[in-house]
Design a protein around this ligand. Structure first.
Ligand SMILES: NC(=O)c1ccc[n+]([C@@H]2O[C@H](COP(=O)([O-])OP(=O)(O)OC[C@H]3O[C@@H](n4cnc5c(N)ncnc54)[C@H](O)[C@@H]3O)[C@@H](O)[C@H]2O)c1
Length: 284
């Protein structure tokens, strides 16, 4: 299968910039797209100071060029476009409509959605786009998390699937797990439930944040951050969007529904803009 020689990543937030860095680590040039130049400048600057380091060698930053959405000419040499924008179905659909009009015919497309269905994302797309579209769900931080969930739809063709999986495994060193097109796929069906359930229990039982994180991290076989630390890493804004999507996508009687509301504490922090470490401010 033809290797991927250049990619475009659209969205330079926590995940988009981290994914761009991981391609640069693999020696693959990236065009990183955003809505505003200031966001791109901040993203590149952030990659040089991120802890743990996003780049294996700071000089790899040179492999990431930036572009503003609309400058679609820069897609011409790209083999794969990865959409990593806000977890909002309508925003993603609008972007795909633009991409459909400008995408080079050889270019594959994927979304880094945390749990929106392939069938929902592509609802308004033509067959030609669907043939080249899959979900490649990288985890945070993209350089260090081995797992990558892959979801295809009924129209995704076999070549798209194989080429994306080969790139993720052989060029980026990921372990690819193929998931069904169900809400939250595998990881977030469990993960978002666990985070919100853990946080709500800790608040209810008056357990300190540090204590809750100490219990819910390694001792439970979960990420070492613990539930509060993980929410802080992911971003409370993104957690709120994932939970909202889940509430809509899951059946009303689903066991996860009762914990998918954001706790009051997190709502207050969201309103105050204290959304996590991505803005350089700590939690409560
Ligand atoms: N945060 C995590 O830990 C995590 C992990 C796995 C997957 N994801 C998923 O990755 C995606 C991005 O999440 P994130 O945490 O990086 O979010 P983020 O809020 O940090 O970044 C999103 C970026 O997208 C940009 N954006 C929004 N609309 C755009 C558009 N139309 N065109 C170009 N750029 C646009 C915003 O300016 C912002 O910089 C979401 O789908 C999310 O669910 C997040």
């Amino acid at each position: 299968m033809q290797p991927i020689n250049q990619v475009a990543v659209i969205g330079a937030g926590v995940m988009g910039s981290g994914i761009a860095a991981q391609f640069a680590n693999a020696g693959i040039p990236v065009v990183l797209y955003e809505q505003h130049q200031q966001i791109l400048d901040r993203a590149l600057e952030g990659l040089l100071s991120r802890k743990p380091a996003a780049l294996m060698d700071p000089s790899s930053l040179g492999l990431i060029q930036t572009a503003l959405v609309g400058d679609w000419q820069k897609l011409t040499p790209c083999d794969w476009v990865i959409e990593v924008i806000v977890e909002d179905l309508e925003a993603k659909r609008k972007l795909y409509a633009k991409l459909e009009a400008h995408l080079p015919s050889h270019c594959l497309v994927s979304s880094n959605t945390s749990g929106i269905l392939w069938s929902e994302l592509t609802k308004n797309c033509g067959t030609e786009f669907k043939r080249r579209f899959a979900i490649t769900h990288f985890f945070n931080p993209p350089r260090y998390m081995q797992l990558l969930e892959f979801v295809k739809g009924p129209d995704t063709d076999a070549e798209t699937t194989q080429r994306l999986i080969d790139c993720c495994e052989q060029q980026l060193g990921k372990t690819v797990v193929i998931a069904e097109d169900t809400p939250g796929f595998i990881a977030n069906r469990i993960g978002i439930f666990s985070i919100l359930n853990g946080i709500q229990l800790a608040i209810k039982k008056n357990i300190k944040i540090e204590e809750a994180d100490a219990i819910t991290g390694r001792p439970l076989g979960m990420p070492k951050t613990g539930v509060f630390g993980l929410a802080d890493l992911i971003g409370l804004d993104t957690i709120a969007l994932i939970a909202r999507n889940f509430r809509t996508q899951l059946a009303k009687y689903d066991y996860a529904q009762p914990v998918l509301g954001m706790p009051d504490l997190m709502e207050i922090m969201l309103r105050k803009g204290a959304i996590g470490r991505k803005i350089g401010r700590k939690g409560p």
